[in-house]
Design a protein around this ligand. Structure first.
Ligand SMILES: [Zn+2]
Length: 437
């Protein structure tokens, strides 16, 4: 009977001698059942003289929904080896290391719950009846063990920035203007060609931060990078030019679409304020159409696109015309970007680009001139996107996971903890934790 219970409990080197029922759950009495525990940890000599017993109560996982309280009567032994400096020692077995009050499997389960099962430290601490700091430490050691120290080579690297927490503002007392006091960023490196997910994060949105992370990789790793996808950020561009001179820079279409939509929104807001003397609100048709305007026409049904254009032409001309121009420019840009999927030839790309530039040049809104200039500045990188189709969409997905984790945790005080949590969550697929068994 006791043997069966020992097998059921499954703590190597510990034998159950009895189970008592208590109001709080079962109390399991254990003794050491490992001959090796009797050998001195320093010299390895088998001890002969006992110094008596000492009772410890290591905490363990629950069994069948109940948390058994373990009571382990372990022996203290005297080391008789004359050359050994250790006079005495207490038994220990691998499932309960010396001076530890938790079984290794409880600690591992708490760490894995945070690293791989999407629990926050607070939630896992509650689940396993442990303190926050114990779970946080268990998570850190679990994460360090499972995360690869160095990423595998990648062909296409994505670099993207994400805000860390909320920006804080303080008023400048002299001028009365609000200024950012705290605006913290993380720059993430993502494997876009393979399955490694988020390779790492660094703090700060500077070229040096990017250069330093890349400098930590070896030369062979850096040489293997053929493409780098970035948003239209000159800081990253200059950093990559310096550290990965052989890599082709690719601008992500996601950010271009975002920019075109932003431009359209700016035009709409400006004409509303100029011609109505206030911000847009319900009963202003252009305000009511705002979401339909930024939707891609390719994803709308034909009659809905026609209806949208009709609505725009029914608006007062001073409002409708600039918005229509901005909408057309946005759609021209989208058409151009959509060719990435069809292996476009040079003429096709040239014609679509020309149409977009002409549209911007012919239109009044200054916002469109600015959009055209940005496209012109980044044209080599946009063309690289049209040819390769490489996109940072993967890292945008990663950013969503990063934000969810930060929200679940109600923010992180230490950026190092946040990076570790983020890396665990975004590499789960690569580490085989999301695949159905
Ligand atoms: Zn010894």
């Amino acid at each position: 009977m006791a043997n069966d219970t020992t097998r059921l409990l499954g703590l190597d080197g510990l034998a159950v001698v009895g189970v008592a029922d208590d109001t709080d759950g079962p109390v399991v009495h254990l003794v050491t059942a490992d001959e090796r525990a009797r050998h001195c940890p320093d010299c390895g000599t088998r001890a002969r003289r006992s110094k008596g017993r000492r009772v410890t109560r290591p905490r363990d996982l629950s069994v069948g929904g109940r948390r058994p309280r373990l009571v382990w009567a372990k022996r203290r032994w005297r080391c008789d080896e004359l050359a050994c400096r250790r006079r005495s020692f207490t038994e220990s077995v691998p499932p309960v290391p010396p001076r530890k009050r938790l079984t290794t499997r409880l600690r591992a389960a708490a760490g894995a719950a945070v690293a791989d099962q999407g629990r926050t430290v607070v939630q896992a601490a509650r689940d396993y009846a442990l303190s926050w700091s114990v779970v946080a430490a268990a998570f850190t050691s679990h994460a360090r063990a499972v995360l690869p120290a160095q990423p595998e080579p990648v062909q296409a690297l994505g670099i993207d920035e994400i805000r860390r927490g909320r920006p804080r503002w303080i008023p400048d007392e002299a001028t009365g203007i609000w200024q950012t006091a705290v605006d913290r960023w993380h720059v993430g490196f993502v494997d876009l060609s393979g399955k490694q997910g988020l390779l790492g994060q660094v703090e700060g949105r500077t070229a040096q931060a990017v250069i330093d992370w890349l400098a930590d990789r070896d030369q062979a790793w850096r040489d293997a990078v053929q493409y780098v996808a970035i948003d239209m950020c000159t800081i990253f561009k200059s950093a990559i030019r310096r550290v990965l001179p052989q890599a082709t820079l690719v601008v992500d279409h996601f950010h271009l679409v975002q920019l075109a939509n932003q431009t359209l929104t700016e035009v709409r807001r400006r004409v509303t304020v100029t011609h109505r003397g206030r911000r847009g609100r319900k009963s202003n048709r252009e305000w009511e159409l705002r979401n339909r305007l930024t939707r891609s026409a390719a994803r709308m049904r034909g009659e809905h696109v026609d209806a949208l254009l009709d609505e725009l032409s029914n608006l007062p001309r001073a409002i409708g015309a600039p918005i229509t121009a901005a909408w057309n420019a946005k759609e021209d840009l989208l058409d151009l970007l959509a060719t990435a999927r069809t292996r476009p030839d040079r003429e096709q790309v040239r014609d679509l680009l020309y149409r977009f530039y002409r549209r911007c040049a012919d239109a009044d809104p200054p916002e469109l001139q600015r959009l055209a200039t940005t496209v012109e500045t980044w044209w080599p990188e946009i063309l690289a996107f049209l040819h390769t189709g490489i996109t940072n969409a993967g890292s945008e997905g990663t950013n969503r996971v990063i934000k969810t984790i930060a929200r679940d945790a109600y923010g992180f005080r230490k950026p190092g903890n946040q990076r570790l949590r983020t890396r665990c969550a975004t590499t789960r697929r690569a580490r085989g934790h999301l695949d159905a068994r």
